[in-house]
Design a protein around this ligand. Structure first.
Ligand SMILES: Cc1cc2nc3c(=O)[nH]c(=O)nc-3n(C[C@H](O)[C@H](O)[C@H](O)COP(=O)(O)OP(=O)(O)OC[C@H]3O[C@@H](n4cnc5c(N)ncnc54)[C@H](O)[C@@H]3O)c2cc1C
Length: 572
């Protein structure tokens, strides 16, 4: 794989970091008047020592972390990815063994102070806004998907800081970080994957303590890495069976209290452990309130998971694009490099354009989560006065539409880009000697895990249909973003086509017909939103970048118009 710093050598990522992201907005939301630094001056708590005290320091701090991530991912992890894939995992007597080099590199991230990024500084994490997390997750995925999961699963503990009481947070979170735990989202069961409201794992309260019994399937990293501990965040039924979503609660279960019955043999991400987990009266700790497990907490956790998959789409596609571009520059057919052949150029141009669009969507999703989640957390912890409920509600509402859009779009498009990468390599692409075959196998999971593409469509469609015409927050957001720019003729047409598509959709008389076509409405909305994001950025572009970015935007909008015309025909 290409060996270089994946942050400092990526022009589009740098463009976002240095010119396009509104740091003023993000830093104000996240650093909250540099409260961590103030607290450090008062308490001398070493966890807060690195907390920035000015806007410049905050940006420099984020820049430094991204540069370190770029270096480790691009110079080291990426060079081992093919070996991880080839060596894979082994399972014997309930124990999963990862490649030794993978374990060493995960520990290197820990010793460089780069993990975990999603946990607040006061509990021992790095404390980073979602937008920085999105960028560094992209860098990790570009290097290797299995490794990304191994090094970042502990970030799932962020849900504990959101929902647990202070005593529980202080007791659990620092221990997870100190002992280098791996964490799992304990949702899927053999008979219930998408259908989470029907989960049957049972939680019983005996003498004031909870115990879980049941089997969970597809539990990523539930085994820990080579002897390091693990834990699950497990959805289990405290209410009656058949009681639906409201009978489900959320539990913390330490790895020593469950067993691993086996791991899956998979087509891709071969060094990522996908475990079957058995709970037999396993001691468990209730997190948050009983009955809120699926309706509130898992939904919150999935927002983060969806953004991570959006970053997976960008990262793996970037790896595929850069390898394909290199190959197409070197491979000579008919007396010239194949990148000069129009059909190959067409595939490369589409890859470049779609990666820019996916990155926009990923960063906008992260921005919307940054705009409500920190405020909301501070209010829950009584660290700031009430009074911003409207803003929290608005941005929360927007993010519950944008994060499934980002997960859906980036997963689907990334799969098609990895397909094209193989095409550009020709027969060599089909052979395991080159990295693109691995990217093609690995990216397939993006549209399945953390809720399939179909489930993302279900999650977004209500907010879109209500939003675009009614008083829904997503419609308010889209219109205000559109009004903040002087939209091109093409973008206005895309908006009007999307309105027509939503109208056609609403006319279907049955819910079955609606569901049949909901994917089309969601795809149209993704393309509209990307068009808006491209045009919104233009005012901030440095002159050196203007021409190439305007071309990308124009080509993207042209493709959108073609796709929306086809969708209109399909729906009418
Ligand atoms: C490698 C890997 C790692 C995973 N990691 C984890 C993990 O860490 N934790 C965890 O809990 N789970 C994990 N999963 C499980 C994953 O989230 C599920 O596989 C996924 O949610 C789909 O569930 P399922 O496989 O049971 O498929 P099903 O739910 O049976 O779905 C089959 C098909 O039907 C469609 N479908 C189902 N219901 C609907 C609906 N209402 N509307 C439209 N279409 C529908 C789906 O989109 C899909 O196309 C992992 C899976 C894999 C393969």
């Amino acid at each position: 794989m290409i060996q270089e710093n994946y942050f400092t050598e990526n022009k589009d990522v740098l463009l976002h970091f240095h010119s396009l992201i509104d740091w003023e907005e993000i830093i104000n939301e996240y650093e909250n008047g540099f409260a961590d630094h103030q607290e450090y001056l008062r308490s001398k708590d070493t966890n807060l020592e690195m907390a920035p005290s000015t806007h410049k320091e905050a940006r420099d701090y984020y820049n430094e972390i991204l540069t370190s991530y770029g270096e480790l991912t691009g110079l080291e992890v990426s060079q081992e990815a093919a070996h991880f894939d080839k060596e894979g995992l082994s399972f014997k007597d309930g124990i999963v063994t990862h490649p030794k080099k993978m374990e060493e590199l995960v520990m290197k991230f820990y010793s460089a102070g780069l993990v975990p990024v999603a946990i607040q500084r006061k509990y021992g994490g790095l404390g980073l806004p979602h937008i920085v997390k999105a960028l560094l997750t992209e860098l990790l995925y570009r290097a290797d998907t299995s490794f990304t999961v191994a090094v970042s699963s502990v970030n799932l503990a962020a849900i504990i800081q959101d929902i647990a009481g202070e005593e529980q947070k202080q007791r659990i979170i620092p221990k997870l970080l100190r002992d280098k735990y791996s964490m799992t989202m304990g949702l899927s069961e053999p008979n219930h994957g998408s259908d989470l409201p029907s989960v049957t794992t049972k939680a019983e309260l005996i003498d004031g303590k909870w115990y879980l019994t049941g089997t969970k399937r597809f539990q990523t990293m539930a085994c820990g890495i080579n002897g390091n501990p693990s834990a699950t965040l497990c959805l289990a039924r405290t209410g009656k069976s058949g009681g639906g979503a409201r009978g489900l609660s959320f539990f913390f279960v330490d790895g020593k209290d469950y067993s691993i019955a086996g791991i899956e043999k998979k087509m891709g991400i071969k060094a990522s452990a996908t475990c079957e987990v058995v709970y037999e009266k396993s001691p468990a700790e209730l997190l948050g309130k009983e009955g809120y497990g699926l309706t509130r907490y898992v939904m919150d956790m999935l927002n983060g998971a969806r953004m991570s998959v959006a970053a997976e789409g960008v990262g793996v596609s970037t790896a595929a694009y850069r390898e394909a571009l290199k190959f197409a520059s070197e491979r000579i057919q008919f007396g010239k490099p194949i990148k000069e052949l129009a059909p190959v150029k067409r595939m490369l141009d589409r890859m470049e354009r779609e990666i820019s669009a996916m990155r926009n969507l990923m960063l906008e999703g992260a921005r919307t989560v940054d705009l409500y989640s920190w405020k909301s957390l501070r209010q829950k912890n009584s660290e700031s006065p009430l009074g911003e409920e409207e803003k929290i509600k608005f941005w929360n509402g927007v993010s519950t539409v944008i994060t499934p859009l980002g997960k859906f779009y980036n997963a689907e498009i990334a799969n098609s880009l990895c397909y094209d990468a193989i095409q550009i390599f020709g027969g060599s692409g089909f052979c395991e000697e080159y990295d693109v075959a691995r990217f093609y196998r690995d990216i397939r999971i993006a549209s399945i895990w953390d809720g399939t593409s179909q489930i993302q469509v279900n999650a977004a469609i209500g907010g879109i249909v209500l939003g675009i015409y009614g008083s829904g927050v997503f419609g308010q957001y889209l219109k205000s973003e559109l009004n903040s720019i002087s939209a091109s003729v093409e973008l206005k047409q895309i908006f009007s086509d999307t309105e027509s598509i939503v109208n056609l959709y609403k006319k279907f008389p049955t819910s079955e017909e609606k569901e049949y076509f909901s994917r089309d409405v969601v795809m149209s909305t993704c393309r509209l939103l990307n068009g808006i994001l491209f045009e919104k950025q233009e005012a901030k572009l440095p002159t050196t970048e203007k021409e190439s970015r305007v071309k990308i935007r124009k080509d993207y909008n042209k493709e959108s118009l073609a796709e929306l015309s086809a969708i209109k025909i399909r729906l009418s």
